[in-house]
Design a protein around this ligand. Structure first.
Ligand SMILES: [Zn+2]
Ligand SMILES: [Zn+2]
Length: 419
């Protein structure tokens, strides 16, 4: 009895040793790393997903009471790869999306967010400097080509004279794009290429409502910058207040009406020293542009101390490892509250209880998201023909192109013919 019990125990030990040895050799039983107990080792591998510390576009729902703000441009009129010029996307938990400015270079940032272009149909322009609307043409034409099946709606200020207003600028931009638009006639869904729907408003009106739809109210404030015309915007929705300041010398309207914002964006210009040393401005121009036409960092801080937002966001400077520390030091002489020194693709999730700040990590290989409505087929009869001279220059490629037509006609059950 005793002997058979020992036999069973020894047998089990031998079987366990063989299983361990075989498992170790084929890798299914790793030896514990030195100093780590075996229970801990099993928790380390396999790795399970953890919360991301970054924002991946098109991967997160927005809560019904939440705002998401994304910087699509934080830079200057002078283009640089790292920072497009002013552009801010505000997404609301009710599904609404608003673009504030579409400065030069911002269209590719917008594209990286993978939002169907039908939902990117509302643009609010703070003023008509190219670093605030220079990519409107790219959003207008590129958006229409990639699924915006309705006109682009644009709100912008009047100017001191009619030809300095948004209506004039956009009517002439539309005219400037005549060759572009005519060349696309009869080739794609035409609905996005219609004339902008322009709402031009009085830039002198103070805290005046220019938009009220779907529980969202947008008001404007005058700004002091270069010429009469520039404005700032206040968005109120669901008990949250978002303020976007366009370019300005610090002004009394912002000081009064931006007070108590959950998030307040305000320009904060390159330091005068960097404008002279890095931008090669003369000291005279650097002082005038950097402190009188725009808001110097110390003045930005003073304004934020007055309005006391839950979070202040500074933009409109080249934000580098060396400039950021200097800007921060200067702001901190006049403001000690919450602050973001923005760069492109910075993301803020805003609720009444929390403001979460992250960076978006984007896919450089991104393609446009699918259209949200069935595409309208092109009408070949409205194509504008080539002249006989140009048409006569076509080299005969029918033989090599016909197989492409055959393949697509068969695959999609259509019967298209070459020109
Ligand atoms: Zn400007
Ligand atoms: Zn600007």
């Amino acid at each position: 009895m005793l002997k058979s019990k020992y036999t069973v125990i020894i047998g089990l030990i031998v079987v366990a040793a063989v299983v361990y040895f075989v498992g170790y050799r084929d890798g299914t039983l790793d030896r514990d790393p030195p100093g780590i107990a075996s229970a801990d080792a099993q928790q380390i591998s396999p790795v399970t997903a953890r919360d991301r510390a970054f924002y991946a576009p098109n991967s997160e729902d927005l809560a019904p009471d939440e705002m998401r703000l994304i910087a699509c441009g934080t830079g200057m009129p002078t283009a640089r790869p790292k920072q497009a010029a002013s552009c801010w996307l505000l997404e609301l938990g009710n599904g609404d999306k608003f673009l504030f400015d579409v400065g030069t270079g911002s269209a590719e940032r917008i594209a990286a967010l993978q939002i169907p272009y039908n939902f990117l149909d509302k643009v609010f322009l703070s003023h008509l400097h190219t670093d605030h609307f220079g990519d409107l043409d790219a959003l207008f034409i590129g958006g229409a080509l990639a699924g915006r099946q309705k006109p682009l709606r644009v709100w912008g200020p009047a100017g001191g004279t009619p030809e300095r207003g948004t209506q004039y600028a956009l009517e002439h931009l539309f005219k400037a794009l005549t060759w572009d638009r005519d060349g696309r006639a009869g080739l794609t869904d035409p609905r996005g290429y219609q004339m902008f729907e322009i709402t031009e408003f009085d830039y002198k009106a103070v805290n005046n409502i220019i938009y009220q739809e779907n529980g969202v109210t947008i008001r404007t404030l005058p700004a002091i910058h270069a010429l009469d015309g520039p404005v700032s915007f206040i968005v109120e929705w669901n008990g949250l207040k978002f303020v976007f300041g366009g370019d300005t010398y610090p002004n009394k309207w912002f000081a009064e009406y931006a007070t108590g914002a959950d998030v307040a964006i305000h320009e904060c210009f390159v330091t005068v020293a960097d404008m002279i040393e890095k931008f090669k401005f003369t000291p005279q121009s650097a002082l005038a542009v950097g402190t009188q036409i725009h808001t110097a960092p110390e003045a930005f801080g003073k304004m934020m101390s007055i309005i006391q937002p839950r979070l202040a966001i500074a933009y409109h400077f080249f934000n580098d490892f060396d400039t950021a520390t200097v800007i921060d030091e200067r702001i901190r002489t006049t403001y000690d509250g919450p602050l973001s020194l923005s760069v492109d693709y910075m993301v803020w999730n805003i609720t009444k209880d929390d403001i979460r700040v992250r960076m978006a990590i984007v896919d450089e290989d991104v393609w446009p998201p699918p259209a949200t409505d069935t595409p309208q087929l092109p009408d070949p009869s409205i194509r504008i023909p080539y002249s006989d001279f140009i048409a006569g220059g076509r080299y005969d490629m029918h033989d090599v192109i016909q197989p492409i037509y055959d393949e697509v006609n068969e695959q999609y059950g259509i019967n298209e013919q070459q020109d």
